[in-house]
Ligand binder design. Structure first.
Ligand SMILES: *[C@@H]1O[C@H](CO)[C@@H](O)[C@H](O)[C@H]1NC(C)=O
Ligand SMILES: *[C@@H]1O[C@H](CO)[C@@H](O)[C@H](O)[C@H]1NC(C)=O
Ligand SMILES: *[C@@H]1O[C@H](CO)[C@@H](O)[C@H](O)[C@H]1NC(C)=O
Ligand SMILES: *[C@@H]1O[C@H](CO)[C@@H](O)[C@H](O)[C@H]1NC(C)=O
Ligand SMILES: *[C@@H]1O[C@H](CO)[C@@H](O)[C@H](O)[C@H]1NC(C)=O
Length: 387
């Protein structure tokens, strides 16, 4: 049977001549090739999806929550400066021709797991900082002066997210986007037109929650991306009117604030309470020491998280806490990694200190918590979710 089918096939190939490689039916072959090509181009930022182990509770953890759960009631672990996960000295050296000499990679690096890996690990909020790629024709990923990949376009990484969501349709992913100003690249109307074009492309309209200024339910957000819009549409030409996103206006996002109260929907009285105290040396003098810096950060985060847990305070408002802090050029210096994971010399990092704090409050609302190096503390993501 098989042999006779094969004979028919071989005859067909001989008859049709030059096409020695048989084409699978339809466009499936080309479609797969195109997807592989995009995945390769996205990889420096998105990484690769190595799959989820069956025992992992984190791959599809939202499946257990009912559709009518409000997103503001959920605990959503995220990664701060997500795209820096592969920014090593080797990566920096390979990009020197674009950036010129800049401080060492550890100053910029905040993660070590890729976007696709961290999705499988339960992370559901990403902090993407965007600016022009070299040449100013496409948009790519940066952390301050550090260019993270000259060839990856923003839309390539979104494609990787759409693909992951297709495989995990119960999950909802929040994406924070802002223009990265430390890059020295232009923040002009063309930048916002390009970003608008990417978020309003036909494929994007299928995968981005098409709402304006309001956070809804998990059911509405499943299988989709929700835009946390850390930019304004002020520079966008007025005839481009399809403006989706939760507007976390940078003008009202107090820099380095321990308690930021940002109204993102006046009519519905929707407010984001944000802790974004990252430059500790604006509160403590240089020379205070690693222990004191981490302590100050821990106090700010847990004070904010405590409010998030209080059912009498703002139960229906959004809480966002950043567990991350920036590099401190002191002696000894304190990198984002030391803030997250400690210095190995007796000072525990935010991750180790938050783990028992969160576990002790299991079942309570924390809101969004943005971590650095989340993977360095096993169980941290589960504790942040409340699993
Ligand atoms: C990570 O960086 C290294 C060194 O620059 C590079 O060889 C590797 O291809 C990068 N990984 C990805 C997935 O881009
Ligand atoms: C990108 O734009 C900036 C500002 O307009 C300009 O200085 C720079 O030369 C441009 N870069 C390239 C590669 O065109
Ligand atoms: C918006 O207006 C500009 C001219 O100001 C025009 O070039 C462009 O095609 C318009 N876009 C849309 C979507 O109408
Ligand atoms: C978002 O709001 C703007 C301004 O109110 C409106 O023009 C636009 O159509 C809205 N977009 C969507 C997707 O609802
Ligand atoms: C916690 O809530 C109280 C009451 O609204 C407020 O006074 C305080 O500033 C809040 N603290 C933080 C850290 O958000």
């Amino acid at each position: 049977m098989l042999r006779s089918k094969l004979r028919v096939f071989v005859t067909a190939v001989l008859v049709t001549g030059a096409w020695a490689i048989p084409k699978p039916p339809g466009q499936a072959f080309l479609g797969q090739q195109a997807l592989d090509d995009l995945a390769q181009r996205a990889a420096p930022i998105a990484g690769f999806d190595t799959g989820c182990s069956k025992s992992a509770k984190t791959c599809d953890w939202m499946a257990k929550f009912p559709d009518n759960t409000k997103l503001v009631h959920m605990n959503l672990p995220g990664t701060h400066d997500t795209s820096t996960w592969n920014y090593t000295d080797a990566t920096q050296a390979s990009l020197l021709r674009y950036t010129g000499p800049i401080p060492p990679a550890e100053v910029y690096r905040c993660q070590e797991d890729s976007i696709l890996q961290s999705l499988n690990d339960g992370i559901r909020v990403f902090d993407l900082r965007v600016a022009y790629n070299p040449g100013n024709d496409t948009l790519g990923f940066h952390h301050s002066a550090a260019l993270l990949s000259p060839t990856t376009r923003v839309e390539d990484v979104f494609f990787g997210l759409y693909n992951w969501l297709d495989n995990h349709p119960t999950e909802a992913v929040l994406v924070s986007i802002n223009h990265e100003s430390g890059t020295g690249t232009p923040e002009d109307s063309q930048f916002y037109e390009k970003l608008y074009g990417i978020i309003n492309a036909p494929v994007a309209q299928k995968y981005w929650v098409q709402v304006n200024g309001t956070l809804g339910t998990l059911g509405e957000a499943r299988g989709k991306l929700t835009l946390l819009q850390r930019y304004s549409y002020d520079l966008l030409p007025s005839n481009l009117t399809k403006r989706i996103g939760i507007p976390l206006d940078p003008q009202h996002w107090t820099d380095n604030g321990k308690i930021i109260e940002l109204v993102y929907n006046v009519a519905k009285n929707q407010i984001a309470f944000i802790e974004d105290f990252y430059d500790i040396t604006r509160s403590l003098p240089l020379g205070s020491g690693t222990a004191a810096y981490i302590e100050a950060k821990f106090d700010a985060v847990t004070a904010h998280l405590t409010n998030a847990t209080r059912t009498d305070l703002n139960p229906d408002q959004l809480y966002i806490s950043f567990a991350s802090a920036a590099f401190i050029d002191d002696t000894p210096f304190v990198t984002p990694e030391i803030f997250a994971l400690g210095d190995g010399a007796g000072n525990l990092g935010m991750g180790q200190r938050l783990l028992p704090w969160l576990k002790a409050r299991k079942g309570q609302r924390f809101g969004i918590i943005m971590f650095d190096f989340y993977d360095g503390v096993p169980g941290l993501v589960e504790a942040a979710i409340g699993l």
